[in-house]
Design a protein around this ligand. Structure first.
Ligand SMILES: [Fe+2]
Ligand SMILES: [Fe+2]
Length: 246
C-alpha cells in the first residue's frame, strides 16, 4: 500500500477525508458509535444493503462506459455531454460518497481485525486509481470552454478517441472485479465482525450523511439520471441484452 493511501485512510478515519460531506456527528463519533441510539427502523436500508445498491448504480454506469468504448472504437457519433454527466455521477456519488463510506466505516474495521488486509489495501489502491481515471474521463468529455461545434478533447481526434477508450476500458476492467469482491467477501466479512447494535448505529450514521448530502431519496435521483443517460446512448431497453433463443 502506498504512503498516500495509508495517509488518506488515516484522514478518513480522523474525519478529514469525506470530501464534501457534511456530517452532523464528528468522525470519531461515527467510528465509535458515540451519539447513536439503538432504535431500529426496519423500513430503512442497512449500511451494506445500501452499498450493494450503490454497486447496481455503478454497474449501470459501467454499461454506459462500455457503449462509449464501442462507439469510440468504431468511430461512431457519440455525445460527450452524456459521458461527462455519467462520470460526474461517479465522481460525486460513487467516489465522493460510496467509497468514503467504505473507507470510513468498512475497511478500517477489517484492517483493525486483521481480516482481508491485502484485499482491502488493494481496494484502496483501486479507489485511488479510479479517481484519477475519472478525472481523465471528465476532462476528455467536457464541453466547457469548447467553441460551438468544436468537439470535446476525447472525441476530437483519432488519438483522443483511442486514449479515452483506453481509460474507459481500464475503469470498467478494474471496477467489475472490485465491486464483485466487495459484494461477496468484504461486506459479508465486515458484517461478521460488527455486532448487531454496532451495525445498526453505523447504518443510521450512513443514512444521516447521505440525507444531509443528497436529500431523502438519493437513490431514485441517481437512478433517474442514469436512466436518462441510457436513453440518450440507446441502451435503455433491457431486452437489448437478452440473447436470441437459438
Ligand atoms: Fe470500493
Ligand atoms: Fe464499493
Amino acid at each position: 500500500m502506498s504512503g498516500d493511501i495509508v495517509s488518506r485512510r488515516g484522514f478518513l478515519v480522523a474525519g478529514a477525508g469525506f470530501t464534501g460531506l457534511t456530517v452532523g456527528a464528528s468522525a470519531v463519533e461515527i467510528v465509535t458509535g458515540v451519539g447513536a441510539t439503538s432504535e431500529s427502523d426496519p423500513t430503512q436500508m442497512g449500511a451494506t444493503e445500501s452499498l450493494l445498491t450503490d454497486h447496481g448504480v455503478l454497474k449501470r454506469i459501467l454499461l454506459i462506459y462500455r457503449e462509449y468504448i464501442r462507439r469510440l472504437t468504431a468511430d461512431q457519433d457519440s455525445d460527450p455531454a452524456a459521458l461527462f454527466h455519467a462520470a460526474q455521477i461517479v465522481h460525486d456519488y460513487i467516489e465522493g460518497f460510496h467509497e468514503g463510506i467504505e473507507e470510513g466505516f468498512v475497511f478500517p474495521r477489517l484492517l483493525a481485525a486483521g481480516k482481508q488486509t491485502s484485499t482491502v489495501r488493494e481496494l484502496l489502491t483501486q479507489h485511488d486509481r479510479g479517481r484519477k481515471l475519472t478525472i481523465k474521463i471528465i476532462q476528455a468529455s467536457t464541453t466547457m470552454k469548447m467553441a460551438s461545434g468544436v468537439p470535446s478533447p476525447g472525441f476530437a481526434s483519432v488519438t483522443g478517441r483511442k486514449d479515452l477508450s483506453r481509460v474507459l476500458s481500464q475503469f470498467v476492467a478494474m471496477y467489475e472485479p472490485h465491486e464483485a469482491r466487495e459484494d461477496t467477501e468484504v461486506f459479508p466479512g465486515f458484517r461478521s465482525i460488527v455486532s448487531a447494535k454496532e451495525f445498526e448505529d453505523i447504518s443510521r450514521q450512513v443514512r444521516k450523511i447521505e440525507n444531509s448530502r443528497y436529500g431523502s431519496d438519493a437513490l431514485a435521483g441517481f437512478v433517474g439520471a442514469i436512466a436518462d443517460i441510457e436513453v440518450s446512448v440507446g441502451i435503455n431497453d433491457i431486452s437489448l441484452f437478452t440473447p436470441t433463443d437459438n
